[in-house]
Design a binder for this molecule. Sequence first.
Ligand SMILES: N[C@@H](CCC(=O)N[C@@H](CS)C(=O)NCC(=O)O)C(=O)O
Length: 232
Amino acid sequence: MSARLILVSHALCPYVQRAAIVLAEKGVPHERRDVDLARKPDWFMQVSPLGKTPVLLADGEAIFESAVICEYLEDTTLPRLHPANALQRARHRAWMEFGSAVLNGIAAFYNAADDHALAARAEELRSRFERLEAALGDGPYFGAEKFTLVDAVFAPVFRYFDLFDAIHDFGFWHGLPRLQRWRRALAARPSVVGAVTPDYGLRLAEFVRSRRSALSALLVQMQSARTAVATG
Ligand SMILES: N[C@@H](CCC(=O)N[C@@H](CS)C(=O)NCC(=O)O)C(=O)O
């Protein structure tokens, strides 16, 4: 790969993180350029047909859609992160797609308007996690010892739950040991750690608070309780 790469990003975007993780795993030099999605600059609208991050600029040519960006990096750089076997590769791509469905479920969860909807969205996430548990082997990663593109997709998924678990025990992980082990292995991976800035947790909490949803209300309660304890 000799193209000059710029990853057009947003600090909280899980789809950006996928691409950032893949770039790091492959050791590909690149520049990261953050945009404010609340005030999208003209140059960004010209390169992003849907006005979404991520976009990868390869020698100025815009590639959009995170899964396509990952596949482009896979086609052009080593080491390979997909399995060599075509059937296995198809299976991995299918689970990457499942990762996007889980991200949609996460957005529905943090936007749920009331407690009833929040519990229903939590239940939907839990049933997706049960499906994942059944698909996992002995780990530590999705495809066993080797880190693959499926891992790059699920690391940003699991990162949300550091905040969700701190707000309340929604029972996402009970009885799902393989999923828990996978989550821990991903959280410790340097490419995953480096895909966000150190203030990510604070920024995510601020974002969730701003949703004015049932989860925002629980977060505010938790933060008030913590302040009360800290101030004695
Ligand atoms: N399917 C897209 C989803 C990208 C996406 O939804 N990006 C969000 C940020 S995480 C975005 O740019 N939203 C801005 C908007 O929709 O206006 C992908 O995989 O790249």
